[in-house]
Design a protein around this ligand. Structure first.
Ligand SMILES: [Zn+2]
Length: 264
């Protein structure tokens, strides 16, 4: 158990004992649909895959699981399959706001791969699901070999920087109404369904605003027919309304996502 998980996560991610099934792609009937969801793993060459597969473990990631804490070196990197993870910037008074989100397009734990001692963000599972876990030193060795893993992770890092910059300007310059539309759209884009298991309170925490403001904006979007809110869930009924009410940031993020997909 890592220190980060011991401190903040009473139930660490559970390995699903599928490691023995991983080395050969044709034998992946059970995990193959999940592997295909993570674009970095899916884009590995056969040679890189042969080196990486024995290092991967499929793990459960329940909502709320903390994968990384700022300043605490993590021995693992994570490649989300159907889980979505928020990267949070945490202040000294304990407040935390989302600076980026990582779904099946990316990975968590890039800092030590690029030479940093530890991440500066908290990584919390926002939408429960599964991820593939590998030891950071193994990923770093593959990265330093200069092959496709290096190209994929550098490209993903560029995408992550774009997302962080856009989130920063959005939080400062755009209305809560626009931010909520952007948040819901980027959530749905990574989700496996149009219904998000998330409360107004949690969205408010991610955006760094008061819960009442999120509830008011969600009510407006519900009256427009864009969403339906029920206890602990938000169903997106008409994303075109969200797109029409979102700020330019969503377009930038979606464009970057398309560029990333094309590159990997
Ligand atoms: Zn914005």
């Amino acid at each position: 158990m890592t220190p980060a998980l011991a401190v903040a996560n009473p139930r660490p991610p559970q390995a699903l004992s599928l490691r023995a099934a991983l080395p050969s792609r044709p034998r992946l009937a059970l995990v193959d649909p999940l592997l295909r969801r993570n674009r970095i793993l899916q884009a590995l060459t056969d040679e890189a895959w042969a080196r990486m597969a024995p290092q991967l473990q499929l793990i459960e990631c329940p909502t709320g699981t903390i994968l990384e804490e700022p300043g605490v070196p993590s021995p693992y990197t994570y490649f989300p399959a159907d889980a979505v993870v928020s990267l949070l910037c945490v202040t000294h008074d304990g407040a935390a706001s989302e600076v980026a989100r990582v779904g099946p397009e990316g990975m968590i734990g890039i800092s030590p791969i690029l030479g940093g001692p530890a991440t500066s963000n908290r990584a919390v599972v926002q939408t429960g699901g599964h991820a593939f876990r590998a030891r950071a030193d193994g990923i770093r060795a593959e990265f330093e070999s200069g092959g496709c893993m290096q190209r994929l992770l550098l490209r993903y890092t560029q995408s992550l920087l774009t997302q962080m910059a856009q989130t920063a300007v959005c939080n400062r310059r755009h209305s809560l109404h626009q931010q909520l539309c952007r948040y819901l759209l980027t959530s749905i884009d990574r989700a496996v369904s149009n219904t998000l298991a998330i409360t107004h309170e949690r969205i408010a925490a991610m955006l760094g605003v008061r819960r009442e403001g999120v509830t008011e904006c969600a009510g407006q979007l519900q009256r427009l027919g864009a969403i339906h809110c029920s206890r602990g869930h938000i169903a997106v009924l008409d994303r075109t309304v969200l797109e029409a009410n979102a700020c330019e940031c969503y377009g930038v993020l979606r464009g970057e996502s398309h560029h990333l997909q094309a590159a990997v």
